[in-house]
Write a protein that binds this ligand. Structure first.
Ligand SMILES: [Zn+2]
Length: 67
C-alpha cells in the first residue's frame, strides 16, 4: 500500500490522533450514510438520481493503515 508523506498537520480519521508534518499517512475513502449505491429512478418521466450516501476522503495514520 502506498503511504503519503504528510506536508500539513492533519487528524487521523480512525483514531483521531494527530498526524504530524513529515509523518506517513494513507488516504482512504469512507462512505457516510447508506451503503447502497446511488440509483437512477424515473419519477413522472423525469430521471432522478437517488443519492444514498456520500463518500469522503479521510487520512489514516500509520498505525491505523496497517490494521
Ligand atoms: Zn489512526
Amino acid at each position: 500500500m502506498k503511504m503519503i508523506k504528510c506536508n500539513k498537520p492533519a487528524t487521523c480519521g480512525e483514531c483521531k490522533k494527530d498526524i504530524k508534518k513529515g509523518d506517513l499517512y494513507r488516504k482512504k475513502s469512507k462512505r457516510i450514510g447508506s451503503y447502497k449505491s446511488d440509483a437512477l429512478e424515473m419519477r413522472d418521466g423525469i430521471p432522478h438520481i437517488i443519492c444514498n450516501g456520500i463518500t469522503i476522503a479521510v487520512k489514516l495514520c500509520r498505525e491505523c493503515s496497517i490494521k
